[in-house]
Write a new protein. Structure first.
Length: 59
């Protein structure tokens, strides 16, 4: 089994306008920041932004 590669699979197809958002927490010496990353599933275009608060308004 050593060296075996898993079988490659295609990504699921999504309708235009469907995007995925990830949120995380990063701790720094100055405090916490929250990176928001949004990925358009159709075009694979990604946008990332660091914010001070991870609340509904920011999302």
């Amino acid at each position: 089994m050593d060296g075996d590669q898993p079988k490659k699979q295609r990504f699921k197809r999504y309708p235009v306008g469907f995007f995925h958002i990830d949120i995380a927490e990063v701790r720094t010496a100055e405090g916490k920041l929250f990176p928001f990353v949004a990925i358009d599933r159709t075009s694979k275009f990604a946008v990332a932004q660091l914010v001070d608060k991870a609340d509904r308004k920011t999302a």
